[in-house]
Design a protein around this ligand. Structure first.
Ligand code: NDP
Length: 371
């Protein structure tokens, strides 16, 4: 347990140093206040300059071990704005047609793919073939078969594949995981995960089966799936699921609105979860063991994450999730660091296998067994 404690202590120490920098703090201000960093720096290009891509870029301003050096976009005006805002040189800018040329660019080590889900597979495989490390946003693909192809392609190209699971680096989340692994909660029996928001514009890609791969499950339900796995600390062996659709015009065939699902784990622990695009403010985890509990709400939002356990409040300091994530991903890629909870392609693949099983269980009404 000591290594976990050490990790948390280190994380908390860096967490304390970081809140002085807002997402928009300049690198110049940072250097004045901070000890100079002389470790390796991961040079990152972001692909897909949308809402989340911008959030990651802003958060990276405060990073020491990762630096935004490139941009890949289908929208020239966004490239121009990013060049000005983040100081990205012209030679590090690409579009979706020519980004394979990144192969010859030593200023980019890794490409963070932050485009619609249905595009991740082809884009990540092209990144791997260009010899660059790939970070894919969640869900890494739209099904397990695609995710497997991505894992294989990155293995073959000898590059790392990571998935943007920012909660795996969040201090309060890691504290609950520490309590569970140290036995403080006793044998775990139950997890509840509630993930949802009310989706707006019916024309957006998130409601397009081809681009999204599904509906709420791919986008937000995945937090409860992933959370159940890292909170319970086991892999599910069976799945049951029930789907409810109140608006078949907005939520077309293959685009799920609301799914309740249950997962059974080898120890006998059970997870009961809800994924929805119909209700706002659903962001809650609850973990219960024979000796104690942890309750987090919000549990996966951008933070601060709040909650309590049988021991009291969870109050480790908030640090911009994407800043911590990119610092840690730099250490994983460049220094072989092993995170407490993995963020590699295999980890992303496990969630995709479960999502496939949830869709099958919802469709057939049968319990689906997992290997
Ligand atoms: P946005 O729609 O805001 O941005 C997506 C960007 O992808 C677009 O702005 C566009 O950028 C690019 N793009 C390329 N092809 C298309 C296309 N056919 N249709 C639409 N956009 C296209 O989405 P988000 O940023 O919210 O989500 C992107 C990814 O990030 C998703 O996989 C999502 O699940 C994930 N995400 C993860 C979060 C997390 O907390 N980990 C939070 C939010 C999203 P350009 O114009 O530059 O080409």
């Amino acid at each position: 347990m000591n290594s976990r404690r050490d990790f948390l202590q280190k994380l908390t120490a860096s967490a304390i140093a970081l809140p002085f920098f807002t997402e928009h703090a300049s690198a110049e201000t940072k250097n004045k206040n901070d000890k100079p960093y002389d470790g390796p720096v991961l040079k990152v290009a972001i692909m897909g300059l949308g809402s989340y891509g911008t959030r990651v870029a802003d958060a990276m301003v405060a990073c020491k071990a990762a630096k935004l050096t490139g941009a890949i976009s289908g929208t020239p005006s966004k490239i121009k704005a990013w060049q000005e805002k983040y100081g990205i040189p012209e030679k590090n800018c690409y579009n979706y047609e020519n980004f394979d040329q990144v192969k010859n660019n030593p200023d980019i080590d890794a490409i963070y793919v932050i485009t619609p889900n249905g595009l991740h597979k082809d884009q990540v495989i092209r990144v791997a073939k260009a010899g660059k490390h790939a970070i894919s946003e969640k869900p890494m693909a739209v099904n397990a078969a695609e995710a497997r192809e991505m894992v294989e392609a990155c293995k073959k190209a000898n590059v790392k594949l990571l998935v943007g699971y920012r909660m795996h680096f969040e201090a309060n989340t890691l504290e609950v995981i520490r309590m569970r692994t140290s036995g403080e909660l006793g044998k775990i029996y139950f997890f509840q995960g509630l993930s949802g928001f009310r989706i707006g514009d019916p024309t957006q890609w998130r409601l397009n089966k081809k681009l999204a791969g599904g509906g709420a499950m791919m986008d937000i339900g995945i937090y409860s799936i992933n959370g159940a796995r890292y909170m319970i600390g086991e892999e599910p062996i069976w799945i049951t699921a029930q789907e409810t659709k109140t608006d078949p015009v907005k939520f077309k065939e293959g685009v799920d609105e609301t799914i309740q699902f249950q997962m059974g784990f080898p120890s006998g622990a059970v997870a009961s979860c809800l994924s929805t695009y119909s209700m706002n403010g659903l962001d809650k985890f609850y973990l219960n063991g024979e000796k104690g509990f942890a309750e987090m709400q919000p549990s996966t939002g951008y933070g601060p994450i709040k909650g309590r356990t049988n021991k009291g409040e969870l109050n480790l300091p908030h640090v911009t999730h994407q800043t911590v994530q990119m610092e840690e991903m730099s250490a994983i890629i460049l220094q072989g660091k092993k995170p407490v909870v993995p963020v590699d392609g295999e980890e992303g693949l496990r969630d995709m296998i479960i999502i496939d099983a949830i869709f099958e269980a919802a469709k057939t009404g049968k319990k689906v067994m997992l290997k």
